[in-house]
Design a protein around this ligand. Structure first.
Ligand SMILES: NC(=O)c1ccc[n+]([C@@H]2O[C@H](COP(=O)([O-])OP(=O)(O)OC[C@H]3O[C@@H](n4cnc5c(N)ncnc54)[C@H](OP(=O)(O)O)[C@@H]3O)[C@@H](O)[C@H]2O)c1
Length: 240
């Protein structure tokens, strides 16, 4: 089975690369997902069986300020890879990493069957990517929320934004688990505990200070990103 991981230099992609050492992991320079011709040539040459598509513009602020780049990458880039897989291996599997931000964030604990309602352009672009992926019969749409296990990159973290957070390595384990099952469609990979971002940040950065949405200015954010699952087990956030 030939596996391609896109976005392998990213937070999740680099953890997936460790779990799947035989996968092809070209970086952005070697394989630009916005370059349709480059993508199709790559797929014709490599005959890919499984794509794990993590590449995206993930900054909410950048997506809002540079909508064209976000669209080209998150929507058209996803479409380019789907089309290349369809053309070269129509039965191939496509794993699309989506986000809890596709939901409005008003109530939380969203299930796979809950209705999405994105709050910002990043979330909209990811939801449109999901719609593209549904064209493939053998698809998995993973919705999740995670962070890298490292020092929190800011002095403060939100005490009023919530998620069922995991570390990226936990999500990578979850993706491998699901790939080893016959599951298809939308699946939420979630932690078994809803917590605030502040609580999450405290795990790696005990000195972190709390902040609230009142201290923030920028694009609209999804407040409660917690997810539930009616299809898959929940994971414990790893301790170290
Ligand atoms: N982080 C989260 O909290 C979170 C939560 C839920 C879902 N997600 C989703 O999970 C996925 C991975 O997120 P992440 O946080 O690991 O992302 P990340 O660290 O921001 O990494 C994004 C990756 O995409 C690559 N990339 C961007 N544009 C590209 C292009 N045109 N062609 C090829 N590669 C390109 C980047 O490469 P360069 O750096 O070289 O450009 C990088 O490797 C994303 O699809 C995201 O929407 C993230």
């Amino acid at each position: 089975m030939k596996i391609l991981i896109t976005g392998s230099s990213g937070v999740l992609g680099s953890e997936l690369k460790k779990k799947l050492p035989d996968a092809l992991t070209p970086n952005h320079i070697k394989l630009d997902i916005t370059n349709k011709e480059e993508i199709i040539d790559f797929f014709k040459k490599e005959k890919i069986d499984i794509v794990i598509h993590t590449a995206a513009i993930t900054s909410v602020r950048k997506c809002e300020e540079e909508k064209e780049v976000a669209w080209k990458t998150n929507v058209d880039g996803t479409k380019n890879i789907i089309n290349a897989l369809m053309q070269t291996n129509p039965d191939g599997k496509f794993v699309y990493v989506s986000t809890a931000c596709v939901f409005d964030g008003n109530i939380g604990m969203y299930k796979e069957s809950s209705i999405p309602y994105p709050e910002n352009f990043y979330a909209l672009s990811k939801l449109l990517g999901e719609q593209e992926v549904k064209r493939l019969s053998n698809h998995l749409i993973i919705r999740t929320n995670f962070t890298a296990r490292k020092k929190w990159p800011f002095p403060k973290a939100f005490s009023d934004r919530f998620g069922t957070y995991l570390f990226a390595e936990d999500v990578a384990n979850g993706i491998v688990d699901i790939l080893n099952s016959d599951m298809t469609g939308i699946v939420h990979i979630v932690g078994d505990k809803k917590m605030s971002m502040f609580e999450l940040a405290k795990i790696t950065t005990p000195e972190i200070q709390p902040m609230t949405i009142k201290d923030y200015s920028g694009p609209k954010l999804t407040m409660d990103m917690s997810l539930d699952s009616e299809k898959w087990k929940k994971y414990k956030i790893s301790k170290n």
